[in-house]
Design a protein around this ligand. Sequence first.
Ligand SMILES: Nc1ncnc2c1ncn2[C@@H]1O[C@H](COP(=O)(O)OP(=O)(O)OP(=O)(O)O)[C@@H](O)[C@H]1O
Ligand SMILES: [Mg+2]
Length: 486
Amino acid sequence: MPAAPDSRILIVDADPDFLGWAAAHLKAPGVTVATAEKADEALSSYQKNRADIVLAEVRLPGISGIELLKRIRMNDPNAMVILFSGVASTSNVIEAMRLGAYDVLGKEKLPYELRTIVESALRSNESRRLTRAQVSEVPTETIQETIIGRSSAMQDVFKMIGRVSRSDAPVMVTGESGCGKELVAGAIHKFSPRTLKEFVAINITSIPDNLMESEIFGHEKGSFTGAVTQRIGRFEQCDGGTLFLDEIGDMPLAVQSKLLRVLQEGEFSRVGGNQTLKCDVRVLAATNKDLEAEVAKGTFREDLFYRLNVVRIHIPPLRERREDVRLLAEFFLHRQSTRRRGPSMRFTDDALALLEAYDWPGNVRELENTIQRACALSNSDVLLPSDIPLGSVGASRHANPATTVTRMRDALTTLIHVAQTSPDIELMPWMEKEIVRLAYRHFEENAPKTAKFLGLAVTDVQARLDLGGVKKATKKAVAVEKSAKE
Ligand SMILES: Nc1ncnc2c1ncn2[C@@H]1O[C@H](COP(=O)(O)OP(=O)(O)OP(=O)(O)O)[C@@H](O)[C@H]1O
Ligand SMILES: [Mg+2]
């Protein structure tokens, strides 16, 4: 591997099989690889001998990979840490990026991505060292897992949220209606040092044009007919916090000029007032319009566009990330069951396949509403395809034959294929474990089903799932299987 001379890599994972594989995979002239099975071992190793890159699994016994990242970077803000995990959650990915991780990777991607990512990390080590900012403390326990997504597009969105939450830069969130723009803006605020102050969202289209300036910037008593008292605008209301301007493309030009002044000079005055006021507000904006086209038409100021568009986060429509549908559907269903305080509800496989095949023109909002309606109309705790009222756009026209199970099988086949056909990659025991874990999760921790799907004996599945709690579950499954045979 071409690397800077004398690079040192520290790999942390509880699985010795994985450590052996990764160390061999990354070994090259001039590269020293050290390994540790626990975070505290890794910390003392790092203190003795700095590493150019630390690669750590998120799930570690004792101190987690996220905590390890935090401790390493607290002592050495330039440390380059890459986390990986078989089961990375949204808040883990956002939190890791916020704490300055170089990247967060799915473990199943390591066979074909590890070397490239380590090479590029080593290359950019120097320039990052100069530009990386210190991380501030945010109470993370208040963060709830409410943005769902396992697609790589959403993982990229989470990484961006983590990165931008550290700064005060304006962010433009784009995407079709209902795809989660406001949710992303809220997450940027939640993960930022402003989290204890207000997050104020204004939907520009819901305010009449003649009242918008006063709504945002406030007014003095008597400044216009009806202004009987002085009023503080939203800007002042969220001093120290974050202002989210939704549907910014519909903002009248007069208000756009005033917004530009605040962004450039940090100053404004209330309508009818001549006092110059200052506020510390971070501005986030969203639109589902093509703002470049609005600029070309002259309805949106070009200078304001560039000010707001310092960072752009684009959320792809749901139909372009179908692997998120199942996860979102189950999340909304679970939320509905909890709200109703009834028994927990489930979808049949066919119902999930129907949801995954549909195109969702209204994106996540439509999916959420559909599941809410399905729950309200169904009189059973198991939802069938016939219980799911899809929108006026007929589902059959959009049907996609790939069901979850076939897609899952494809993913596994690809992984096995890559492992078997790449000359320098062997199907190592750790990969087998990841495959079994993936399938086990897919079959809702049902070991006999997992075994049948993978063509393994239940005992083989059990052997590869060497997690404490899992063992118990598989033991039970084996007992059930035995008694069924008898
Ligand atoms: N990734 C996600 N995980 C969980 N819920 C989501 C996700 N994306 C969107 N939602 C939910 O879908 C609904 C619509 O999201 P949101 O209001 O953020 O969309 P939007 O892009 O701002 O839409 P619009 O353009 O119509 O304003 C909300 O109830 C939100 O909680
Ligand atoms: Mg919105």
